[in-house]
Design a binder for this molecule. Sequence first.
Ligand code: NAD
Ligand code: MG
Length: 395
Amino acid sequence: MQNLTILGSTGSVGCSTLDVVRRNLDRYKVFALSGFKNVELLARQIVEFNPDIAVVGGEKDLVRLKTLLPVRHSCELFCGKDALVDIAQAEKADIVMAAIVGAAGLEPSLAAAKAGKKLLLANKESLVTSGQLFMAAVKHSDALLLPIDSEHNAIFQCLPNQFDISDSSQGIRSIVLTASGGPFRAWTMEQITNASREQALAHPNWSMGAKITIDSATLMNKGLELIEACWLFSVCPDQVEVVVHPQSIIHSMVRYRDGSILAQMGAPDMKIPISYGLGWPERIDSGASALDFLSLSSLTFEAPDEIRFPCVRLAREAFSAGGTAGSVLNAANEVAVDAFLNGKIGFTKIAYVNELILNQIPVSTLDSIETVLEFDALARSQAERAVSRIAGELS
Ligand code: NAD
Ligand code: MG
């Protein structure tokens, strides 16, 4: 029986993780859950899974959560960032699923890495903002880092055991990162400029949280994933091919020197990479539906269009710039996506704000987590000013 902490249990990945746990109650005991503001759902999860600890955002959320729970329950309740770090590094936690969205997930994810956990990483922003520090922490503590992002999980499955990109005998030539292309793949620039919130939130294949769904529509998600792949697999952006594959059946591939290409396929369902991470090195039931080849009409591939979707280029530039650039790009993007979701800026202004802030803030060496947080805050405040200017709130 392994004890599991789920950071972000009320989100899309968090709920899918609990779906997999529900099918494997003989293997996993939920030790801790975190739900931030969604206390209604968190209360239901506490009643069902009976964790030792649950964590919410602030004092008010804590008060509300208490009113929603039965009088007699044995779950200890906490709020705030420090409590997230505590459940991530707790001795009792064997496995930590890092599924908080955005840079808010960085500190608890890093705490799990430092504590040497079996770490299931969905929170790609941790690697985008501080890949260097994060990978060093994993190495130092001997944590087991398993990628949950479907593409990276696919790549992990297609790489040799104990892969080493620099070992020429393994013959790894490149990584092929597939992208669905999002809902605007076939739209003209003019149509994209006028895209509404609802249109951007209607992802053709995946059901996910709002932020990553918008990132998929701008292709910033692929940009973040490019950086994530570079850190996870020790490759440079030149070794990562991005290919648009609208059906999202092939989740990514590895190309070898002998001409072989290994691909991982399946239904577009996060329960597949989540169960792979939970069970590793064993395979367990996920509850995902089986892929029916006969119902697939075709698998198609095309090049990404970096004119209509400039965010992959921005991510490549940020990774090459190194240091604090990833943190700056990520923070600008979080602000811009939020502004778009709140109707303050148009869809194409997301990439505009990202590029503006990335070019505006000089790159500094990334020497500590404090530096990451400092540049995150700086980029947020400059991005917020840019948003206000675009929205006409500032002259
Ligand atoms: P979501 O918005 O559905 O859920 C986010 C979770 O984080 C919720 O539990 C929420 O309560 C919590 N949260 C939000 N802000 C917080 C804060 N400031 N402090 C603490 N907790 C906070 O997001 P999601 O779609 O589940 O994505 C989670 C992470 O997984 C993201 O990094 C995303 O990029 C990555 N990911 C998601 C998918 C997917 O299919 N949804 C696929 C690949 C990777
Ligand atoms: Mg992905």
